[in-house]
Design a protein around this ligand. Structure first.
Ligand code: T4K
Length: 409
């Protein structure tokens, strides 16, 4: 690792990179390897590989306990979980959803023939702005799909009040929010159902996987049927279902990683605080805060770049970092409304999403998780400090060469 504090040392201008190996946003956290292997042997010995196996049931039990939800239904991934929940909840016509989210949230609606109606976010929370939502409700609206982005909860009470008053179903994409809370209540307790992701890049992974949690008995029954082709018994199908089952290897990984979840959160929190200490002295860069009164998994280190202050574009900082082998991400640039098929289907959507467009243009996510060391965080921040201090000069010098890593949509 090389520490850099001057522009001339930057890899983007030809020097060797600060890091020999790439530092990722979303490097998987891994629990006790020996325990995982033990579980894998048990699965093979049992010859019960999928279809509601014992590890899947145990994993569901743990997720239900963690979220306080009455039912947890494990699924093959978060996207399939969203699709099954949207269908089981009977959403159709139009559903209100943020554009500032991972594409899966919106794809799940579109894939089921439901029109996503993009609602702007509150720039302070990065979540749905309830003040902008009511104006989007039409006679065709059947639901609201909120996203607890970065694990920071939506304004759940206000969204529920709107849903109740207008007769809409409320679901939450909680892909980022396992182990988080809102007003002291665990995520998993809100809306009709909430959907988690346990993808490799999530703080708690089952390699691939997800879970739908709900307190509604009837909905839970339907979700279980739909996850398994609609089978209610041998030769009996009660629903149009799909194959959304989690298999035993995934559940074994999820259970093993759950045993280390507190350690993963502690690592994330330690990293977050290191970034906070380093970044507070860099003008123009501000770290998105988590509410200390709530439970939080701290899995995302989100920085907002104020270009007017540091006089260098976010995208140029990304170019600099990638050249140094720091694979910072621009989640969720450019916003779903600006990617296909939504860009072509709803070409005017951007005009009512001003906060989404601004936030998508200034967000930068930095590497965290169990594999990142404090010295690496200091070195990353040193690069950012040098770049932000010499913003105009960096901008001028980069204008003279093609960007290697960043594409601008
Ligand atoms: N809703 C929201 C709000 C979501 O954020 C997501 C997923 C979903 C729904 C859907 O849930 P799933 O169906 O995925 O369960 C990643 C993840 O693929 C995606 O799960 C996640 N959100 C999203 C925020 O991030 P990419 O395309 O950025 O991933 P990728 O392949 O670039 O991985 C990120 C970094 O992690 C890479 O630099 C390499 C590293 N990595 C990745 C994998 C898979 C590893 O080191 N090891 C690995 O095994 O989307």
């Amino acid at each position: 690792m090389h520490t850099k504090s001057a522009l001339n040392e930057f890899a983007v201008f030809g020097s060797p990179p600060a890091f020999d190996q790439p530092l990722h946003v979303g490097r998987p956290n891994l629990g006790d390897r020996a325990r995982l292997v033990e579980r894998l042997h048990e699965i093979l010995d049992r010859r019960w590989l999928t279809n509601d196996g014992p590890y899947v049931r145990e994993f569901e039990q743990r997720i239900a306990e963690l979220t306080g939800a009455k039912h947890a239904i494990a699924v093959s991934n978060g996207t399939t979980g969203l699709e099954i929940a949207i269908r089981a909840a009977g959403l159709a016509g139009e559903v209100i959803v943020p554009s500032f989210t991972f594409a899966a949230t919106v794809h799940a609606l579109h894939w089921l023939g439901v029109k996503p109606v993009f609602c702007d976010i509150n720039p302070a929370t990065h979540c749905l702005d309830p003040d902008r939502l009511e104006a989007l409700i039409t006679p065709r609206t059947t639901g609201i799909l909120g996203v607890h982005l970065w694990g920071r909860p939506c304004e759940v009470d206000r969204l529920q009040a709107i849903a109740d008053c207008r007769g809409l179903k409320l679901l939450f994409d909680a892909a980022h929010a396992l182990g988080c809370s809102s007003q002291g209540r665990p995520i998993g307790q809100f809306g009709l159902a909430e959907i988690f992701s346990f993808h490799a890049t999530k703080f708690l992974n089952s390699f691939e996987g997800g879970a739908i949690v709900t307190n509604d008995d009837a909905l839970a029954g339907k979700l279980r049927l739909m996850r398994n082709f609609g089978f209610a018994g041998y030769d009996r199908i009660d629903e149009a279902g799909i194959n959304g089952k989690m298999h035993e290897f995934s559940a074994a990984a999820g259970l093993t990683n759950l045993e280390s979840a507190a350690a993963f959160i502690a690592d994330n929190r330690r990293n977050y605080e290191s970034y906070r200490n380093e970044l507070r002295s860099i003008a123009g860069l501000s770290l998105l805060e988590y509410d200390e009164r709530e439970r939080c998994n701290y899995q995302y280190v989100v920085v907002e770049i104020d270009e007017a202050v540091c006089e260098v574009r976010r995208d140029l900082l990304v170019e600099v970092l990638w050249a140094e082998n720091v694979l910072a991400r621009r989640y969720f640039y450019p916003g779903c409304h600006r990617v296909e098929p939504y860009r072509s289907l709803y070409p005017d959507a951007g005009s009512r999403l001003p906060a989404t467009e601004v936030v998508a243009g200034r967000v930068l996510l930095l590497p965290t998780g169990s594999t990142i060391q404090a010295a690496e965080i200091r070195a990353i921040c040193e690069i950012l400090r040098a770049a932000a201090r010499r913003g105009p000069e960096l901008t001028r010098r980069l204008a003279a060469q093609p960007l290697r890593f960043v594409n601008v949509v």
